[in-house]
Design a protein around this ligand. Structure first.
Ligand SMILES: [Zn+2]
Length: 254
């Protein structure tokens, strides 16, 4: 094949030829050129997977993300007596903002949900009976989960309880509002925050990957695609998919 020097110089290597990072995998990419899953080794002593990588490590199926874009000044402050103004109705309601400790069931539910996606999409392993479940050990540095209890909208209803992950840069979001919202962003951190040639984040979370007009896209298609990617990966591996999904969608407020 003849190729002049100028042609060689003017043709940058096509991004299509590069493997697609695991954090950016969509269903259509599974037949294209996905990066292989990160290879972990099974430790029979701990009965779980382990591995050490540039931006994360895994110990007995617990995932420690060591790279963060979290910002300390973006962490929320607890307000015991606060007023919450609903952004849609502009109605002010009594509310209470409080940090959710790691041991709290709400925090664990978030991290189990995120962990189960990471286990399959990043590593090619699902939750398996007899092993510890895939688990995000803690949120990345400067991220912190907060709970907010709001005054009921209607009399007789209990306080509404929502959880928010604070600490993300203001260019990304005020807070992530569900584990499904944060999953793509967590995986993007694990891959070393891949960016395009203009320096823009290639993260597929709704806050990084906005619509052309700059609005946030809805979360539902992102969640649907995460589930489909996970299911497809499981179908392509030797082990059949388990019945166990992230059965906490009611809590996930997505
Ligand atoms: Zn993101």
């Amino acid at each position: 094949m003849w190729q002049t020097l100028s042609e060689t110089e003017s043709t940058p290597p096509s991004a299509v030829d590069e493997p697609i990072p695991r954090s950016l995998l969509r269903v259509v990419d599974l037949d294209a050129n996905p990066a292989p899953p990160y290879r972990l080794f099974f430790n029979p002593r701990t009965n779980g997977y382990e591995g050490e990588f540039e931006h994360f490590r895994v110990k007995s199926n617990h995932i420690f993300i060591t790279l963060s874009d979290g910002q300390p000044e973006r962490r929320a402050r607890a307000h015991p007596d606060d007023v919450y103004v609903d952004p849609r109705t502009h109605i002010a309601r009594e509310s209470r903002l409080y940090p959710v400790p790691r041991e709290d069931k709400g925090s664990q539910t978030w991290r189990l949900t995120i962990g189960s996606y990471i286990g399959t999409i990043m590593f090619g392993h699902e939750n398996t009976r007899g092993q510890s479940r895939w688990f995000l050990h803690d949120f990345p540095e400067h991220y912190e989960l907060f709970g907010r209890e709001k005054e009921p909208v209607k009399d007789g209803k209990p306080y509404r309880k929502d959880r928010y992950l604070h600490g993300c840069p203001s260019t990304v979001a005020t807070a992530f509002r569900s584990p499904n919202e944060f999953t793509r962003h967590a995986m993007w951190l694990m891959d070393g925050m891949p960016r395009d040639e203009y320096g823009h984040s290639r993260c597929l979370c709704i806050y990084c990957n906005r619509t052309p007009s700059g609005d946030f896209a809805p979360q539902k298609p992102v969640t649907d695609e995460l589930r489909r990617v996970r299911r497809e990966i499981l179908l392509r591996t030797v082990m059949p998919p388990s019945e166990e999904e992230d059965g906490n969608d009611e809590l996930a407020n997505d």
